[in-house]
Design a protein around this ligand. Structure first.
Ligand code: NAD
Length: 453
């Protein structure tokens, strides 16, 4: 028995009926999402706290408000985004109407991860619904409490003939992916991204892949160590380090390292107290499996800050590692925890070489008082996004596309980019039926006279 067939059939029929296309319908779905957030705020905060020990502050800024802002922006701009886009014409099409129509793909599958289980489900969903698609959302099975709210409460706020939440882990998702979708939007790790893309290829289904990797953070000698330490520690420890755009490792000179380590210690103590485990502001590791993986990484290099862990609480202390080698496991995989290795480089050029030897990251950070240094790193490297002198603030701007490049992903979203991602850009030319005498010049037999045209 195929557990998904009936649901998918129902959604396909709804799409074919055309009911998701009018702006009024799309707006009503977006308003439903907005009501879902407003009316279930406490439930969502509790679920996020259960899944990740997420503080109310983190839940608000990185899950609830950010999703609400996406909805508000889409509602304000929906009709403008939907409008046909007139394009320039050539001599042969002067009398025609030429435009790009943004039309929905049809049935869209959204696969979301556990680290921002609300935001990374609703963010793509806003774009898909605004663009007039029917949607199947498959939230992560790992963030169980949020998955439950998304499955049991969210569908009450949207038209269920056009939207469904399906549940399952890798095995069920594998079966789901055997079906033909018109678009797949996946957020998760690069290995699973390959599985999703392979399944999509069987149906020639287009994909957006929002993946991860190791995000370098260059710290120049010319900067204030305490300012850098505050920002790096904050963004490294946000959501207990389980953020796809978190600074993954620091590249700096041994001299800067000597100034940065005490500054990081001071920042961590100010943020989380002498006993970070008792801080309400520090998250927990999502699962036993990830906890064990992270605990293994604590033996790389030398611990200079933190290093404690508590299995019963899935707690890993904010940790800084030095004397780390490029070949150490902590430098081979995305860390996805509150652990920050520092790798020494002798020069800016060496840092740039180090970055360029590796896969293209989702985000890249450069700290320096010299704008020349920041601009040189920007010019001589590649990454999904870039932020000079701070952590992942670039993703708070809906006017910037959010996405990876190379192994950190393909495609992008946020704001209007989401609407465009979930819309087919159809090339349209409408020609008046008459004027045949003018157009007859194209037809054979071709003579030297009409070749001159
Ligand atoms: P994941 O790839 O394990 O899971 C993502 C989704 O894929 C989940 O819904 C899961 O059920 C499903 N899935 C897992 N294994 C599968 C399989 N074998 N076959 C089919 N489906 C499968 O990712 P995760 O652990 O939930 O999230 C962490 C990863 O996601 C990190 O690599 C992180 O960098 C990345 N990430 C990227 C972004 C981004 O926007 N680029 C955002 C958040 C997380």
């Amino acid at each position: 028995m195929d557990p998904f067939a009936d649901t998918l059939q129902r959604l396909r029929e709804a799409f074919v009926s055309g009911r998701t296309r009018p702006a009024e319908f799309r707006a009503s779905q977006l308003k439903g999402l907005s009501r879902f957030l407003r009316e279930n705020k406490q439930l969502l905060q509790e679920a996020l706290a259960q899944d990740l020990h997420k503080s109310a502050f983190e839940a608000e800024v990185s899950e609830i408000s950010i999703s609400q802002n996406e909805i508000n922006l889409a509602l304000r701009n929906l009709r403008a985004w939907m409008k046909d886009e007139k394009v320039s014409k050539n001599l042969a099409t002067q009398l025609d109407s030429a435009f790009i129509r943004k039309e929905p793909f049809g049935l869209v599958l959204i696969l979301s991860p556990w680290n921002y289980p609300l935001n990374l489900s609703l963010g793509p969903l806003v774009g898909a619904l605004a663009a007039g698609n029917c949607v199947v959302l498959k939230p992560s099975e790992i963030s169980k409490s949020t998955e439950k709210v998304l499955a049991e409460v969210l569908p009450r706020y949207v038209d269920q003939s056009c939207f469904a939440v399906v549940l399952g882990g890798p095995q069920e998702t594998g079966r789901l992916l055997e079906h033909k979708f018109d678009y797949i939007f996946f957020t998760g790790n690069p290995q699973v991204g390959k599985i999703v893309m392979t399944a999509a290829a069987k149906h020639l289904t287009p994909v957006t892949l929002e993946l991860g990797g190791k995000n370098p953070c260059y710290v120049d000698d010319n900067c204030d160590p305490q300012t850098v330490a505050n920002r790096v520690a904050f963004f490294r420890c946000f959501n207990a380090g389980q953020t796809c755009v978190a600074p993954d490792y620091v590249l700096c000179s041994p001299e800067m390292q000597a100034r940065l380590v005490p500054a990081l210690q001071s920042a961590i103590t100010r943020f989380y107290g002498d006993d970070p485990q008792s801080s309400p502001d520090l998250g927990r590791i999502i699962s036993e499996k990830h906890f064990q993986r992270l605990r293994g990484l604590l033996s790389c290099g030398r611990v200079v800050i933190g290093g404690q862990s508590d299995e019963s609480d899935l707690y890993i202390a904010p940790t800084v590692l030095v004397d780390v080698q490029e070949t150490d496991p902590v430098m081979q995989e995305e860390i996805f925890g509150p652990i920050l290795p520092i790798v020494n480089v002798r020069s800016l050029g060496q840092a740039i070489d180090f970055i360029n030897r590796r896969e293209k990251p989702l985000a890249l950070y450069a700290f320096s008082n010299s704008s020349q240094v920041v601009k040189r790193i920007l010019a001589q490297t590649s990454s999904g996004g870039f932020c000079g002198n701070d952590g992942f603030m670039h993703l708070t701007l809906a006017s910037l596309p959010f996405g990876g490049v190379g192994s950190s992903g393909m495609g992008s979203y946020h704001g209007k980019f989401s609407f465009d991602t979930f819309s087919h850009h159809r090339a349209c030319l409408l020609r008046p039926p008459g004027l045949e005498k003018i157009y007859a010049i194209r037809y054979p037999p071709h003579t030297p006279r009409n070749l001159r045209v």
